[in-house]
Design a protein around this ligand. Structure first.
Ligand code: ATP
Length: 250
């Protein structure tokens, strides 16, 4: 049984150009509540720009981005702010604050930077660390004192601490060995299957895509050229998808 319903995401006709370079050329994409979508595509396809548009970090030129029916491309309002509060994000580089210990990094957004019930927050951080396979002692270290792979898992712990309904992962397994990558894959899958969270993941790691995804969409030159259930990926009949998943450049 799920604890809640994840958010829905519907993108229609999304366009974005930088000067005369078209990066998003009418993206249409949908994710149902409690579903895991993986977006694949080669370098420069526009994946990061798409993600930044959804997160409100870049303003698209046209098109709509509906999260639970609220258009996130509209001017900021109480409605869009309320939706943003239910969104979690794991950035590629982790983006941790080096000046504070791991436990404060994990709970920072929950306290909005204010010192609040430190003991409770410390305990919560340890609980989150356990979920991502890290020992309690890591809570008191600073990000610079732990490896890149551990930083990635701390960033994931931070993303899930806020209990989001919709969570975005940008290359969550890049730079991790296969065992650690598998821990992250299982965690993402668990967020969706056990907690009913909606997940959108950008990855080049096809093993991870197969583990995480319900649906897969391929972005190529700013358009979604194929979308479908993950078990159809290997028999999509789409030349661009075949080339991408088999790493062919011909
Ligand atoms: N702020 C910007 N100004 C100008 N061009 C940009 C900007 N951001 C992205 N681009 C261009 O948009 C295109 C798509 O970039 P994007 O980062 O979305 O690709 P990607 O699919 O995420 O690639 P990768 O897998 O390598 O991360 C690239 O040609 C990039 O140079």
């Amino acid at each position: 049984m799920t604890e809640r319903h994840g958010s829905s995401l519907e993108i229609a006709g999304l366009r974005k150009s930088f000067d005369d370079k078209i990066v998003l050329d009418g993206v249409n994409l949908g994710v149902r509540p409690g579903e895991s979508l993986v977006i694949i595509g080669g370098s420069g396809a526009g994946k990061s720009v798409l993600l930044k548009c959804i997160l409100g970090l870049i303003q698209p030129d046209s098109g709509t981005i509906l999260i639970d029916g609220v258009d996130m491309t509209d001017q900021r309002s109480d409605r869009t702010d309320a939706v943003r509060e239910r969104i979690g994000m794991l950035f590629q580089g982790g983006a941790l604050f080096d000046s504070m210990p791991v436990w404060r990094n994990i709970t920072f957004a929950l306290t909005q930077g204010r010192a609040r019930d430190s003991k409770k927050m410390h305990a919560l951080a340890i609980e989150m660390l356990e979920k991502v396979g890290l020992e309690p002692r890591v809570a008191d270290l600073r990000p610079a004192e732990i490896s890149g792979g551990m930083q990635k898992r701390v960033a994931l712990a931070r993303a899930i601490a806020a209990n989001p309904d919709l969570i975005f992962f940008d290359e969550p397994t890049t730079g991790l060995d296969p065992i650690r990558a598998n821990t992250i894959n299982q965690l993402i899958r668990g967020l969706v299957t056990d907690l009913g969270c909606t997940a959108v993941t950008i990855t080049h790691d096809m093993a991870s895509a197969h583990h995480i995804a319900d649906q897969v969409a391929m972005l190529h030159e700013g358009r979604i050229v194929w979308a479908g259930p993950v078990d159809q990926l290997d028999k999509s009949g789409n030349e661009l998808v075949d080339r991408f998943i088999h790493g062919r450049t011909d």
